[in-house]
Design a protein around this ligand. Structure first.
Ligand SMILES: NC(=O)C1=CN([C@@H]2O[C@H](COP(=O)(O)OP(=O)(O)OC[C@H]3O[C@@H](n4cnc5c(N)ncnc54)[C@H](OP(=O)(O)O)[C@@H]3O)[C@@H](O)[C@H]2O)C=CC1
Ligand SMILES: O=C1Nc2ccccc2C1=O
Length: 326
């Protein structure tokens, strides 16, 4: 049995010559978003270098407070890898979104700027409301999410930021399906997305999307590695079996599933002990990775069901429920 590895020592190459750490900290807000400050401090002190955030999360000012303390403690900006994302309500002016993120984070550049979704919402110039809705509770899009092409302009504007400013070292996408990538790639101005951040765990392997991204030099970053709130992936008997075999936690197995296979994992937790433990991963064998893959290949399940995700060319299965996108 191969010895466990330190996940925070591992980095992956990006198609623009930069590198990204294999393990990151997710920062979707817990009930009390100010808790994110201590989560970030704990993670960085434990060895994490990648922090994944977004304008939409409302946690950037708490991350900014954490960074201020860490910098005062001797950590350097260049030691860290910070990702933020531009929300569809600010598709017309991604630089404005990034400026707000940078100001809240208290930094001058991000390592990676992502287009959060390949859709455009109709909101005011400040991106409010973040999710505009009509009287029936339906999301108000700026163009049709299935047939519109404004999402391409949205990405091109994000490229402009890398092209014309020093505010983003790399640019990428999130929640892109194969059809959306096929529409985008011929219209790229200069920068192919370095990665595609997508829901990915043993219950949702999406091998065709992964293969497509790999063919185009686009890395996969796995969000919701334990299946998001309620951590359903950790209840899978085979995940528990591997945790027992390698004498690690089920969370460590969930991260190893990605990192052992060349994908970034960005778990979130309010539990500081869990954050620290994630620094170590078991080295799963090829057969074990394949068995984990087969769980979702046989019975796929999607847990992030934001309503604007429909119509983007992703597959949905019986039992995947539509959230209200609150
Ligand atoms: N680009 C996009 O559209 C998206 C990006 N993301 C990014 O990915 C990150 C991670 O995904 P996210 O959806 O947050 O979820 P995760 O898959 O990381 O799951 C987090 C949840 O699982 C719980 N959990 C973890 N371990 C255990 C355990 N051992 N027992 C019980 N509960 C457990 C956590 O609770 P506890 O706090 O108690 O540990 C928390 O509620 C996000 O924070 C965000 O940065 C996520 C979704 C969409
Ligand atoms: O876009 C998102 N939708 C989500 C739902 C749950 C957790 C994170 C996110 C996002 O980043």
């Amino acid at each position: 049995m191969a010895p466990n590895k330190i996940a925070t020592d591992i980095k992956f190459d990006l198609n623009d010559g930069n590198q990204i750490p294999a393990l990151g900290l997710g920062t979707v807000p817990p009930e009390d978003p100010s808790e994110v400050k201590q989560q970030v401090i704990t993670a960085v002190k434990a060895g994490y270098r990648l922090i994944d955030t977004a304008w939409y999360y409302g946690t950037e000012k708490y991350i900014g407070e954490a960074l201020k303390e860490l910098f005062a403690d001797g950590y350097k900006r260049e030691d860290l890898y910070i990702t933020t994302k531009v929300w569809p309500s600010l598709h017309d002016n991604p630089e404005k979104s990034l400026d707000k993120s940078l100001s809240d984070l208290g930094i001058e550049y991000v390592d990676l700027l992502l287009q959060h979704w390949p859709v455009c919402f109709k909101s005011d110039e400040n991106g409010e409301p973040a999710v505009p809705k009509d009287g029936n509770g339906n999301v108000i899009f700026d163009d049709d999410p299935a047939s519109g092409t404004k999402f391409i302009d949205f990405y091109n504007k994000i490229e402009d930021i890398k092209l014309n400013t020093n505010k983003a070292r790399s640019v990428g996408v999130s929640n892109y399906s194969i059809p959306k990538l096929k529409q985008l790639l011929p219209k790229i101005k200069k920068f192919i997305p370095v990665l595609n951040q997508i829901e990915y765990h043993p219950q949702l392997p999406q091998q065709d999307l992964v293969d497509f991204c790999q063919e185009h030099g686009i890395l996969i970053e796995a969000y919701s590695p334990v299946g998001s709130t309620g951590a359903p992936v950790l209840k899978l008997p085979y995940v528990k079996e591997l945790a027992n075999k390698y004498e690690v936690t089920v969370n460590q197995v969930a991260n190893a599933y990605h990192i052992n296979d060349g994908r970034i994992s960005i778990p979130r937790s309010s539990n500081l002990e869990r954050i620290k433990a994630n620094v170590v991963i078991p080295q799963l064998s090829k057969e074990e990775l394949k068995t984990l893959y087969q769980i979702g290949a046989d019975k796929p399940k999607r847990y992030i069901n934001d309503p604007w995700g429909y119509g983007l060319g992703f597959e949905w299965w019986e039992g995947d429920t539509l959230s209200k996108g609150e």
